[in-house]
Design a protein around this ligand. Structure first.
Ligand SMILES: [Zn+2]
Length: 469
């Protein structure tokens, strides 16, 4: 007999909907739970806590090129921009908006800045209008990093919701169950025992951070040392929440060792197993099966066995998950309030995102779309200003332009980047001040760089149309 579907929060069978486990505005890789009723336990959560978190994390989602599939634009965030010595407070989603003709009022309300046309309409006396050449001025952007949000009930409720709906989805849970009564009451009302805490072990952040891709969300479910179901929700590679989903293993749930990574380029990785022992057994079987390895002779005469490319499981991922979960079970460093340790961890992770450029189809297409509009002026780089991501992207476009390739795909893009930045093993590039200077000098010292950039941009524009409208 097929069991009827019903809401995991209240048990109703009426008007069920597909809930985005992680709000759509916070991920490019959607995961859903179908057993959630539409109004009370899906739509209402937006107003109760999701909206506040989405708004507060706008800067991060914007930096990572993550946006809602429903919305047209990337999220706006507040910043102060200093242009030719004057501060302007603006809410923006891209720096290019500053010069797109919108009127900016300075923080001291004494200056207006816009296109010459716009300003002339507002200020009739031409002697009061001063022209600035945006290609040669220094634009400084200051953004406030809001750390408060990471300690608010809103984000705890969101972490609990993600953990609960994800664990239920992977176990095909349907209907209300008492095993989850505490977490349900916390998600729906904010009351009850708070099942959420923030992990504050620097070492653990380093360990997971080395494995996961920059800006990914990672989820881990396991049976903890007190036999409870714990889910770790690692948001954007910034903060890890540990959520107690249930005080015992529900008898109707068989998948109690789960892992999922959701990447900003919308790819994902997943492991579904019954227990940690099950994971360990799987990779030990794989390691001890000689058929999974092929011998390679090293120059010094030693033969080394390396895993075959076409294995059915990603053995390194299994080993990583085995180690990560053992680590989670053993640590006891958690908090719910700010302190020096956790603040240092958060700032380090956020800075890393701000200083990194993610190079994949979506990010480079977005860059080209914003910077190479039809009929735009030739690109002239401003030697005085600093924008690490912009410099990096322009540099990659010049490399593409120089390479004379006519079409591009993920593979050729990564190949070109790797040849250029051969020191970097991953698809993400942390740009130091020094590296930025080097890249910019190289661009400026290439006389034909404006036309190379156009060629590079043209190749990217031809890349089959990603839904980026
Ligand atoms: Zn419901």
């Amino acid at each position: 007999m097929i069991k009827n579907h019903s809401c995991i929060y209240c048990g109703t069978e009426n008007d069920l909907s597909e809930s985005d486990i992680i709000p759509d505005a916070l991920t490019n890789a959607r995961i859903t739970n179908r057993n959630v009723c539409r109004i009370e336990h899906n739509n209402k959560f937006s107003d109760l806590f999701e909206g506040e978190v989405i708004e507060s994390l706008a800067l991060i989602s914007n930096e990572l090129d993550v946006k809602s599939s429903k919305g047209k634009n990337y999220a706006k965030y507040e910043s102060t921009v200093r242009i030719a010595g004057v501060d302007y407070d603006v809410s923006m989603s891209s720096e290019l908006e500053l010069f797109s003709g919108r009127v900016l009022k300075s923080a001291d309300k004494k200056h207006l800045m816009s296109s010459f046309e716009q300003v002339s309409k507002i200020e009739k006396d031409p002697s009061k209008v001063k022209a600035i050449d945006i290609n040669n001025i220094v634009v400084e952007k200051k953004v406030k990093i809001n750390l408060e949000i990471y300690f608010k009930v809103a984000i705890f409720r969101l972490a609990a919701k993600i953990a609960f709906e994800w664990y239920c989805a992977k176990n095909n849970v349907s209907g209300y169950h008492d095993d989850f009564s505490n977490i349900i009451s916390f998600i729906t009302t904010g009351a009850g025992n708070n099942p959420v805490s923030i992990i504050q072990s620097e070492e653990l952040y380093r360990f997971i951070g080395n494995q996961a891709n920059l800006g990914s969300h990672c989820l881990f479910a396991f049976q903890d040392s007190q036999s409870r179901i714990s889910v770790v929700v690692y948001l954007f590679g910034i903060v890890m929440y540990r959520v107690i989903v249930s005080d015992n293993i529900p008898e109707f749930c068989t998948n109690n060792l789960l892992y999922q990574e959701l990447c900003t380029d919308s790819s994902r990785k997943e492991i579904i197993k019954s227990s940690l022992e099950d994971v360990e057994r799987t990779y030990i079987e794989c390691i001890t099966n000689k058929g999974n390895f092929s011998p390679i002779k090293l120059p010094n005469g030693i033969t080394c066995m390396v895993p075959m490319q076409n294995q059915s499981i990603d053995i390194l991922l299994y080993i990583f998950i085995g180690n990560a979960v053992s680590y989670f079970k053993g640590i006891n460093a958690e908090t719910t309030t700010p302190n020096e340790t956790i603040i240092a961890i958060l700032l380090k992770n956020i800075t890393q995102i701000m200083d990194a450029s993610l190079l994949h189809k979506k990010s480079i297409k977005r860059f080209v779309k914003e910077h190479f509009k039809d009929g735009h002026e030739p690109i002239r780089l401003n030697p005085n200003s600093s924008n690490k991501k912009e410099t990096f992207m322009f540099y990659i476009l010049m490399v593409i332009g120089k390479s004379n390739i006519k079409t591009i795909n993920d593979c050729t893009l990564q190949q070109l980047a790797k040849e250029t930045f051969s020191r970097y093993p991953k698809d993400e590039f942390i740009i130091s001040n020094e590296l930025e200077k080097k890249l910019k000098n190289e661009l400026l010292n290439t006389p034909e760089y404006p036309s190379l950039l156009e060629q590079g941009a043209y190749v990217i524009k031809q890349w089959d149309n990603y839904p980026l409208v």
